[in-house]
Design a protein. Structure first.
Ligand SMILES: Cc1cc2nc3c(=O)[nH]c(=O)nc-3n(C[C@H](O)[C@H](O)[C@H](O)COP(=O)(O)O)c2cc1C
Ligand SMILES: C=C(O[C@@H]1CC(C(=O)O)=C[C@@H](OP(=O)(O)O)[C@H]1O)C(=O)O
Length: 389
């Protein structure tokens, strides 16, 4: 399975093409829309989300609610395009700098300057349009399709917030996946505890007021992955490494950890590794899950627990950092019209879908994948085989 996306932030639309899904898998656009709307939520988003209402149009690969085995094509319109038809349309436009709203002032922390240098764009709009996290809507659409596949195989994936600007969420270790899912869809900052929720929301409001930005930590939790998915034999088949790479590819993500993660560096082996046990009902399992569901690049059968660190948003409304205008070479401090102050809750939805895609991809590589019923049967048989192994 793989996917590609196309489209600019203020262009007409985003397009996602997914290849490699089995034929005859039930799928509905309502499930994709649910994911898209969750990504748009979360306290701290800017005015753009009031303009957009992300809804998918399935334009290929699905008939009467079932996949065909051919590429799936998904389209999401940018409602904001109507305000940008001249600037982002395909017709030629005047050279007037004001008309074109040419961007010559790169924002520290965004892709603007590096992208301009690499592609030779003197108008950095050509960079920011595609480097914008608007593209994560297209990625969530792909992930929603992956989640549909996983769910029908008994695998559930959920993302929520662990930390915003140093304020930590209460531990959710004892919560079921259903409880985690309801927190993820109901709390405006995707945390369990109402006091923490308020503290985070106040912090976001305060940050917005002073025109600054904040980041945080997202967590994704997965239940139902059988042991032995992925491989130890090559670097690019290690599933934890693939997930880590994919999480790092989310805009503004700067770090990834599994289970107790970086904490492992400060502990003895006896405090880190998970002891192995067996029962008739569960087969092999670990008595703890400090390694977060992976050993040797393969799933251990325990829940997968992965966290990603999001830096603060680079566009700063009232606290601009020093930069240089590429036309005049003069220093400037830019102010902007709009931006998110905190997108950590939205990013946890993005991360959930990105992890889901990697899991679905690994599963479809490991089992027969042309027809959904055969894939399901093969996984059921494998689960039984490893239980008794
Ligand atoms: C959901 C989401 C929303 C974002 N919103 C903004 C935003 O409003 N303004 C901004 O400057 N960056 C925003 N970002 C972050 C930038 O897209 C990101 O910092 C930029 O692409 C540069 O990439 P890098 O930070 O990974 O180096 C957002 C990221 C995510 C995941
Ligand atoms: C559009 C989305 O996020 C955008 C991501 C983004 C960036 O630079 O990454 C900048 C902002 O764009 P705009 O200037 O148009 O408001 C965000 O709104 C979205 O998530 O749907």
């Amino acid at each position: 399975m793989r996917y590609l996306t196309a489209g600019e932030s203020h262009g007409k639309q985003l397009t996602t093409i997914i290849e490699g899904l089995p034929a005859q898998m039930p799928i509905t656009k309502e499930v994709i829309n649910e994911s898209l709307l969750r990504r748009q939520g979360g306290h701290g988003r800017g005015k753009r989300q009031q303009i957009e209402k992300d809804l998918v149009n399935i334009t290929g690969g699905v008939r009467h609610g079932y996949t065909l085995g051919s590429p799936i094509s998904l389209v999401i319109s940018n409602d904001d395009f109507k305000h940008w038809t001249n600037i982002m349309g395909e017709d030629p436009i005047s050279d007037d700098v004001e008309v074109r709203r040419i961007v010559s002032k790169p924002r520290p922390g965004h892709a603007d300057l590096n992208g301009a240098l690499k592609y030779g764009h003197r108008d950095m709009r050509n960079v920011l349009e595609r480097s914008s996290a608007r593209e994560t809507a297209a990625r969530v659409a792909a992930g929603a399709v992956a989640k549909t596949l996983l769910k029908q195989l008994g695998i559930e994936v959920v993302g929520y917030v662990k930390e915003i600007a140093g304020i930590r969420a209460k531990d959710m270790d004892s919560l079921s996946i259903e409880e985690r899912k309801s927190i993820s869809s109901e709390s405006p900052v995707m945390v369990l505890d109402k006091d923490v929720e308020k503290e985070m929301m106040d912090k976001i409001d305060e940050t917005k007021k002073i025109g600054d930005s904040i980041g945080g930590i997202c967590e994704v939790y997965v239940e139902g992955m059988p042991a032995g998915i992925g491989s130890y034999v090559h670097y690019d088949r290690k599933l934890d490494a693939r997930i880590a790479g994919s999480v790092m590819s989310i805009n503004a993500f700067k770090g990834v950890e599994f289970g107790i993660g970086f904490e492992a560096a400060r502990k003895n082996g006896s405090e880190v590794h998970d002891e192995i046990a067996w029962s008739e009902d569960k087969g092999y399992y670990r008595t703890t899950n400090r390694l977060g569901g992976f050993e040797g690049g393969m799933t251990s059968g325990m829940p997968i627990v992965v966290r990603g660190v999001m830096k603060p948003i680079p566009t700063l409304m009232l606290k601009p950092l020093q930069s240089v205008d590429i036309e005049t070479k003069e220093p400037f401090k830019a102010t902007v019209e709009r931006s998110d102050a905190c997108a950590v809750p939205a990013a946890s939805v993005v991360m959930e879908h990105i992890v889901a895609f990697e899991l679905a991809k690994a599963i479809t590589e490991q089992f027969p994948n042309d027809q959904f019923s055969k894939l399901k049967k093969a996984i059921d048989e494998y689960r039984e085989e490893i239980r008794c192994f």
